[in-house]
Design a protein around this ligand. Structure first.
Ligand SMILES: NC(=O)c1ccc[n+]([C@@H]2O[C@H](COP(=O)([O-])OP(=O)(O)OC[C@H]3O[C@@H](n4cnc5c(N)ncnc54)[C@H](O)[C@@H]3O)[C@@H](O)[C@H]2O)c1
Ligand SMILES: N[C@@H](CCO)C(=O)O
Ligand code: NA
Length: 435
């Protein structure tokens, strides 16, 4: 067998601990698969004295990340954040080391810089764990679908928010209550902003869109709306109409119409029909639904987070890049040749459902319909129910589902409806996806 390959770990947190453990406990199998032993060269940490899992040998730890990087064949970055992760990855690539990272935030903001550095050095940069944790999705999109044309990607890529929305639906609980519960269970962070406001999902959406459309898409290109505006009442309304509310990452390519060709990438809560495969994704699970021209519909499902599942994706990448070291060759480089324009939020095309509280008297529906017609928004269905308790007599709730329209037309429509005398309140506006 060739000489062993030196693997440096940066970060010994939730994921790093599990990667270190499996690297050592499964060393024989990994060596056989790679064709050379993988030697854990060390783990860079901030504090040598911090309490750690019993599987972590204190002799592995160092605070000198730079020296560790300089002596490595494979650098595994699991610190998270932008700096020093970015500088250390660039340093590793410049020295010709292969890099594996799970850092979606870094890739979504500085991907091009990192990929250019990898290309210049002829080194591998792998990142399966950065999108949907254990689920193989980066490699399928980057490699298996490289001969196809992806049209659309719809993903549930944040486990925390999926757990929260699922509990709201099954228990009728409010968002705040469930977020507290998710924190107690260790799903949600002490500061849940990155998850509930959709930043984590938006970073993953940018990475997926870049891969799917061979176009650079950064976090700033993603229109983002979190789940904080979703009420228990919204969830209940959705259920009664045969939908579930999911936080979706949507990336699609438009080949017709005034904006074509272009890609549109967004993260927002959406109504998903109960019969759609994404509607059945429960709890903290993730799933990514891909529509490709030749392949048709594909669905990738599994655990998007957690130290052990995420370590599976990291180690899969480590084995891949290590095999290249042993056998020669290299993995794919960044593919951004298509350079499609990334379209603004207003260009997004989808169906919508508007819920209005209206005055219940003759002619109201006609006025409402005229506003939609004025923006060329086509109505697919209208449902009227008597006023909920508390909004008074002669009032009704009107639920209007539209055909596909643009976000721009919908925004203008919602504003115009809100200013009609007969509309007391625009209660909610939700996109409908996957129908
Ligand atoms: N936890 C998950 O389920 C999950 C899933 C997919 C991807 N990821 C990604 O994996 C990465 C790691 O996540 P995690 O959950 O293990 O985070 P974590 O916070 O548990 O671990 C990060 C560790 O890195 C250490 N660290 C930070 N800066 C450092 C520095 N300058 N030098 C040395 N050590 C430093 C921290 O002290 C911490 O122990 C992140 O990029 C995250 O987005 C995590
Ligand atoms: N916080 C993320 C896990 C890491 O990507 C989630 O809830 O899915
Ligand atoms: Na993955």
């Amino acid at each position: 067998m060739p000489d062993s390959l030196r693997v440096a770990l940066l970060g010994c947190g939730v994921v790093g601990t599990q990667v270190a453990r499996i690297l050592t406990t499964d060393a024989d199998d990994l060596a056989a698969r790679v064709g050379a032993p993988l030697q854990l060269a060390g783990i860079a940490v901030r504090n040598l004295e911090a309490e750690r899992d019993a599987s972590i040998d204190p002799a592995w730890l160092t605070t000198d990340a730079e020296a560790l990087v300089d002596g490595a064949d494979v650098v595994v970055e699991l610190m998270g954040g932008i700096e020093p992760a970015r500088t250390l990855i660039l340093r590793a690539l410049a020295k010709g080391a292969a890099v594996v990272t799970a850092n979606k935030a870094l890739l979504a903001q500085h991907g091009p810089t990192l990929f250019e550095a990898a290309d210049a050095a002829g080194a591998d940069l792998y990142f399966e764990a950065a999108v949907a944790g254990a689920i193989p999705i980066v490699r399928p999109v980057r490699e298996s679908l490289a001969g196809d044309r992806v049209r659309r990607v719809l993903g549930i890529v944040n486990g925390t928010t999926n757990y929260v929305l699922d509990r709201m639906a099954t228990e009728g609980l409010d968002l705040d209550q469930v977020v507290k519960e998710a924190q107690a269970l260790g799903y949600a962070e002490a500061d849940p902003t990155a998850d509930v406001e959709g930043y984590d999902a938006a970073a993953k959406a940018a990475i997926l869109a870049s891969l799917a459309f061979h176009t650079r898409v950064s976090l700033d290109d993603v229109d983002r709306e979190g789940i904080t505006g979703i009420s228990a009442e919204d969830v209940d309304w959705a259920r009664r109409q045969g939908y579930v509310i999911k936080l979706l990452a949507v990336a699609e390519r438009y080949d017709d119409g005034p904006d074509a060709p272009g890609v549109q990438v967004r993260v927002h809560p959406a109504l998903v029909p109960e019969a759609h495969p994404l509607a059945g994704v429960r709890g903290a699970f993730n799933a990514v639904f891909v529509e490709a021209e030749a392949a048709g519909e594909l669905m990738f499902y599994g655990r998007g987070a957690g130290g052990v599942p995420t370590a599976s994706a990291v180690l899969g990448d480590v084995v891949s890049v290590a095999r290249h070291r042993v056998l020669g060759g290299k993995g794919p480089v960044e593919s951004s040749y298509a350079a499609l324009p990334v379209l603004p939020a207003t260009a997004a095309r989808t169906r919508f459902q508007l819920r209005l509280e209206v005055v219940d008297r003759p002619g109201v529906l006609a006025q409402v319909a005229a506003v939609l017609a004025g923006q060329d928004v086509s109505i697919e269905a209208v449902q009227q129910t008597p006023a909920p308790d508390g909004i008074g007599a002669e009032a009704a709730t009107l639920v209007i589902t539209t055909h596909v329209t643009t976000e721009l037309a919908l925004r203008v429509t919602a504003e115009a409806l809100g200013s009609l005398d007969v509309v007391r309140r625009v209660v909610s506006v939700l996109r409908v996806e996957g129908a």
